[in-house]
Design a protein around this ligand. Structure first.
Ligand code: ZN
Length: 275
């Protein structure tokens, strides 16, 4: 099993960091967690793409995590030679968002069906709203969802992928919480979104300091990893994006709370799970 960071960025556009998105490659296929800005450009760099996905799994419905949902939905449709519904898993509310996206795309769907003689079916998303428990099981691969805490964004979920003895957790945006602890128990890899409280607080900008109360700071994520016996902590969705030369500060802050392996995400960073 492999974890590939497709986008390590945050809501603000960045030239080198696409929006939040993580690909987990399993024997059951490619599982894509969230679909931020530029996700399919990054997927193209690792030989994946919309039509190759086994499933799209959303942690929550904040815009930066679903920016390119419409791109995945449309590209899967137009490059497939037979109907190829997109399995989408997400928290309650996902079906409504997908329906609204479909409404937005209605003119485009009409144009393409009218123009291509061999495209006579509509795109389809098979939406499953999830809260907790096993949501997908195929061969040696099992995906479990669990509640996270990103209030006032509700509900939100994290995911754990187990393949044989290997496991990876996708936390999404959350503060430390029991639901995440349960998912993380003994995991090989924890992919956790983080903010730097020490850099944001001094700026004194309410629009920025507001983000602190519903995200984990680097030490918070490290404590979650330590408390649950995680092997590797992979920090992503970095707020603010690390200034060149400051990467070690992030590692040091995490290392103060967690003595496992710590990795700071860049786009296309790839981890073999269990190595
Ligand atoms: Zn969020």
């Amino acid at each position: 099993m492999q974890v590939i960071i497709l986008g390590s960025g945050n809501p603000l556009p960045h030239p080198d960091r696409a929006g939040p998105s993580t690909l987990v490659r399993t024997s059951a296929g490619d599982l894509l967690f969230d679909c931020g800005r530029g996700v399919l450009m990054r997927a193209g760099a690792v030989g994946s793409g919309a039509s190759a996905l086994r499933a799209l799994l959303l942690t929550h419905l904040h815009s930066d995590h679903i920016t390119d949902l419409n791109d995945i939905y449309t590209m899967r449709w137009v490059v497939s030679f037979q109907p190829n519904p997109l399995p989408v898993y997400g928290p309650v509310g996902t079906a409504e968002v997908v329906r609204a996206m479909e409404a937005m795309l209605e003119p485009d769907i009409g144009y393409r069906i009218a123009h291509h003689d061999d495209l006579n079916w509509r795109p389809v998303a098979d939406v499953t709203e999830v809260d907790q428990g096993v949501i997908l099981e195929e061969g040696a691969v099992r995906v479990t969802a669990g509640p996270t805490d990103h209030a006032p964004v509700r509900p939100t979920v994290g995911y754990r992928v187990d393949e044989g003895e290997r496991s990876v957790v996708i936390a999404g945006d959350t503060v430390p919480c029991a639901g995440l602890d349960e998912l993380c128990d003994g995991a090989d890899v924890l992919v956790h979104t983080v903010v730097r409280r020490d850099l944001i607080e001094p700026l004194g900008l309410p629009r920025l300091t507001d983000v602190l109360d519903y995200h984990s700071a680097v030490p918070d994520a490290a404590e979650t990893a330590a408390r649950n016996g995680v092997g590797t902590l992979l920090l992503t969705h970095l707020v603010p994006p690390p200034a060149p030369g400051t990467e070690q500060e992030w590692i040091d802050q995490a290392q103060a709370k967690f003595d496992g392996k710590i990795v700071l995400a860049t786009d296309l960073l790839t981890l073999e799970v269990g190595d």
